[in-house]
Ligand binder design. Sequence first.
Ligand code: GLY
Length: 379
Amino acid sequence: MSVYKKIIIKDLKGSFKYPIFIGRDIINQIRFDFQKQIKNKKVFLIYDDFFNPINKASNPVSKLKKIISQVTTSLKVFPVKSRDTNKNFNKLQSLIEKMLFYKIDRDSVIITFGGGVIGDIGGFAASILLRGINYIQMPTTLLAQVDSSVGGKTGINTKLGKNLVGAFHQPAKVIIDTSLISTLPKRELYAGFAEVIKYSLICDKDFFQYLDLNYKKILMMKKPFLEDLIFKSCLIKSKIVSQDEKEKGVRAFLNLGHTFGHAFEALLNYKNSHLIHGEAVAIGICMAFRLSEKLNLCSKDDVIKVENIISKFKLPNCIKKHKNLKLDYKKVFKKLYSDKKVKNGKLTFVLPKGIGNTILKNNLKEKTILDFLKEEIHE
Ligand code: GLY
């Protein structure tokens, strides 16, 4: 009997369709299907060096190598450090040149096994190598399992901004082994909850209530809570991406909290010691609610509920209280203009209209934004 869950994500216009498999020790459950896809092909496995050394049989990368090697003699492995500072042109170039050296061809398969950094850089390499290679996402962090591995966004950071260079390139499959979550450092686990909470805030009030009610069991990783919320998050994301792959409309809602969050990450040079992506998003979400309250789009009560749930999941809700970080609000303001949603020099904010409802707003006055940032960052 199968105990995994499966979501088919498909573009309404028919340009892509692929499965997301979710379950414990999932690779063994779908081994046949997985092996069929890579049989006799050249396989390039890019994995998070967090899993090094991989010489023990119980190591997840070692187990994966064994399964791959049963159906192909051509497997090359590349460990990559999963820091956001590594998601850059140099690392991309070095990975691409290594894969070209080993004669990657159009029939090859790239497998990314790791967190968001690994999936984003490996997926981007797959999108540009030989004008597009098939790749399989095997996310190992909560954040990657609920967000970055699904939907085909790939890319790297530059000094000017986060994820500004990239491509939409959908994976052939997403394979989510929920048992890997227990290997995560706690900080990484908590960071993933920011994206989960985000889904509830943008479109699902009942899901918000579920998270608020069950947070203790979720944090204790009681079954089936964590698996259920990974499934629910992937389902919400799949529905949104199916309607709007290239972010021409509703997909922009998935950026709730990211406009501010990305600006902080870039200004802090993507140093994970200061802030990791999920923490930046958590702060950004709270800021979006506080800004909405100022604009009379949501109530003070909503702001308090959101700040509370963010704290319950052990995430920061305010930049000036987080690790004593000192930022210049004018620099943050300038950085906001690197956001991909800027059109004709105008900022677009994803703002909540209460819990479970979101809008886009692109007509805020500069002074409103500057005053708000000054309050958030300096006062
Ligand atoms: N992480 C936001 C998106 O995939 O659109």
